[in-house]
Design a protein around this ligand. Structure first.
Ligand code: ADP
Length: 359
């Protein structure tokens, strides 16, 4: 492999995972660390996210052989934590001091939108930082996919299949809440893949009466087992819906929350591949002198967005953008952000319509 010349300012870099863990994070750590080592740069693996930068809790990797056999492991090898102290001037001062002392002049931060806010703060304090989207929720608007999403969907689908087995034996309905704090991505896709009678997600209005009528009609056609998948983003709704379905259909209806089981498990091939691509490319960008960006995958191509843009388009999609923020956008930014949000919503609507037509 060719070894491009190392820009002088990059002597050592640090890699961390922060926020919620996601299967495939280890593959991203491995790819980024090895790509940096390949360029002759030493790598610190920082434990417990930004907390590890404050506490100087890190390990120096000098050889790619120190990152063996982690690509197939679940969780995050570097552990993760939520760190409020990082947001304070004192916390940041500690981070800067620790980075200077260890000659760290670039950081790769793997996580979700909170992690990217931290990456922006680090970049502003003179430490070039690049974000990699790692979250099972797939709720980062600027990328089509995030690390962990595929594994979480497969885990949820397999759990729902198990529930289906027992529903079929007992002639029951099961309402299952799957993860997705602001997002119906896991619910929509696992709902289709597990043959759900109805799917409820935050992005598209849910017609409860129509769903109940459909379940009644299916029962009359001879169906014995019924699966309804609800996103966690509709806070508290899944449990209520289970009660309503039982009352209105007279079908015994159970509620299940899959919760953190979706965060664990061996990463799928798709997640290992995505994490390897994103981790490797993040290092290329760092060596090109880029900073304060998040690596994204859109329409099959790896690219990047400035973190401020990524956070804004995210706020737009999740309807959290204020009027002031909207008014401050340039015409060009408005155009691509609105197009991006419209595309994501159209993709979801298309899948939602398919789900409703084939159950
Ligand atoms: P995720 O990255 O999965 O969205 P969090 O929102 O918990 O998870 O963020 C992870 C960590 O990123 C936080 O514990 C904190 O250390 C850092 N962080 C979050 N928000 C900010 C912020 N506004 N400014 C600086 N750092 C932040």
């Amino acid at each position: 492999m060719s070894t491009p010349s190392t820009p002088k300012k990059l002597r050592r870099i640090a890699i961390l995972t922060s926020g919620g863990d996601a299967p495939g994070m280890n593959a991203a750590i491995r790819a980024a660390a090895r790509a940096a080592l390949d360029r002759g740069v030493e790598v610190y693996g920082v434990y417990e996210g930004y907390q590890g930068l404050i506490d100087a809790n890190m390990k120096l990797y000098k050889s790619p052989r120190e990152l063996c056999n982690i690509i197939n492991k679940s969780g995050t090898y570097l552990y993760t934590a939520r760190c409020e102290a990082f947001k304070t001037p004192e916390g940041m001062a500690k981070v800067i001091e620790n980075c200077k002392r260890r000659r760290i002049d670039g950081v790769i931060a793997i996580g979700g939108d909170g992690t990217f806010r931290g990456a922006t703060d680090l970049s502003k304090h003179g430490i070039p930082t690049i974000g990699i989207p790692g979250t099972i929720d797939n709720d980062i608007t600027s990328t089509d996919v995030t690390i962990g999403f595929d594994t979480a969907m497969n885990t949820a689908m397999n759990m729902i299949d198990n529930l289906r087995d027992t529903c079929e034996s007992h002639a029951r309905c099961n309402v299952i809440e799957v993860m997705g704090r602001w997002s119906g991505n896991i619910a929509l896709r696992t709902g289709i893949a597990s043959g759900a009678s109805a799917i409820a997600i935050p992005e598209i209005p849910f017609d409860e009466d129509a769903a109940i009528q459909k379940i009644i009609a299916q029962k009359e056609q001879g169906k014995r087992s019924f699966i309804v998948v609800v996103s966690e983003g509709l806070v508290g709704y899944a449990e209520k819906l289970a009660k309503t379905i039982q009352e209105k259909t007279a079908i015994e209806t159970k509620f299940a929350r899959l919760a953190h089981i979706q965060r664990g498990g061996k990463p799928t091939l798709q997640d290992r591949l995505l994490a390897s691509e994103l981790g490797y490319t993040a290092i290329q960008y760092l060596f090109e002198g880029k900073s304060d960006i998040v690596v994204c995958k859109e329409d099959g191509k790896i690219g990047y967005k400035n973190i401020s843009d990524a956070l804004l388009v995210d706020r737009m999609f999740k309807k959290k953008m204020t009027e002031e923020e909207y008014a401050a956008l340039s015409a060009e930014d408005k155009e691509w952000m609105e197009a991006r949000c419209a595309k994501l919503l159209a993709d979801m609507q298309r899948l939602y319509d398919i789900a409703n037509n084939i159950c």
